[in-house]
Design a binder for this molecule. Structure first.
Ligand code: ADE
Length: 241
């Protein structure tokens, strides 16, 4: 997959592309990430990319012509262009799985007060990473790239994302490692005996328990199997409901 990130602050991505799993994915050709400076598409001597809002008001607005030139130069019919904005539809794991199938993602980051409304004509969709306002679209672009890249073949082991929270509609089961005993807390015995049938049962139940306690909203539309229905009843009794 090719990812292009259009930004006014390219340096913000230096750490992102040069560390950890993202760097390894780039080195292994799982994906490429190109950071493009929107400012290079300003025709002005002083490279302005924004202007005051028509009709007055606070702040500055990113100009449509500069962004359009940048998009024309950095996208093709194979590109899926996503604009980062708090006005977009809310991002989740399902969307990450959908974006992972795209050949080329072009992520457009805004800054200042916002984009000229007419920019919306040139994008395929608008995404928000949550109901809060950030200073720009750079962190959202990292969130989206990171969550998509880790789903690509050979980025991490497949099992790692099959067990992810949200991937099967539930939160992930609890994980432990050595030391077996710490500060009075012991790793559950079932994880130490090597019986994989019992381990899987434990994980399924604890995944349901976590979801029930922390994110009951996820269970509202969840398709319970007969076994899971029984487990939920047992969990409710265990927690005194
Ligand atoms: N730009 C500013 N805030 C944002 C958000 N929550 N999601 C996406 N882009 C943004």
């Amino acid at each position: 997959m090719k990812i292009k990130i259009l930004t006014l602050f390219p340096k913000m991505f230096e750490g992102f592309v040069n560390e950890s799993i993202i760097k390894r994915a780039i080195d292994k050709n799982v994906c490429s990430i190109e950071i493009i400076d929107i400012r290079d598409y300003s025709l002005e001597k002083h490279k302005h990319v924004d202007d005051t809002p028509c009709g007055g008001g606070r702040g500055m607005v990113l100009a449509v012509d500069v962004v359009h030139r940048c998009l024309l130069d950095n996208s093709s019919s194979n590109s899926h262009v996503v604009m980062m904005t708090p006005q977009g539809s809310k991002y989740n794991q399902e969307k990450a799985l959908e974006l992972k199938e795209k050949e080329e993602l072009v992520l457009l980051c805004g800054h200042y007060e916002g984009f000229d409304e007419r920019i919306r004509k040139y994008v395929d969709e608008e995404i928000s990473i949550g109901d809060y306002v950030l200073t720009g679209g750079e962190i959202p672009a990292m969130v989206i790239s990171d969550s998509v890249i880790r789903l690509l073949d050979n980025a991490i082991t497949k099992q790692s994302h099959e067990d992810d929270s949200f991937s099967n509609g539930l939160l992930e089961y609890p994980q432990y490692t050595r030391p077996i005993e710490y500060d009075g807390m012991r790793v559950p015995e079932v994880l130490l005996n090597g019986n994989h049938k019992l381990i899987n049962e434990f994980r399924k139940k604890e995944s349901l328990r976590k979801t029930y306690l922390k994110r009951p909203d996820l269970l509202e539309n969840y398709n319970f199997s007969k076994e899971e229905e029984k487990l939920i009843e047992i969990i409710k009794k265990e927690i005194g409901e």
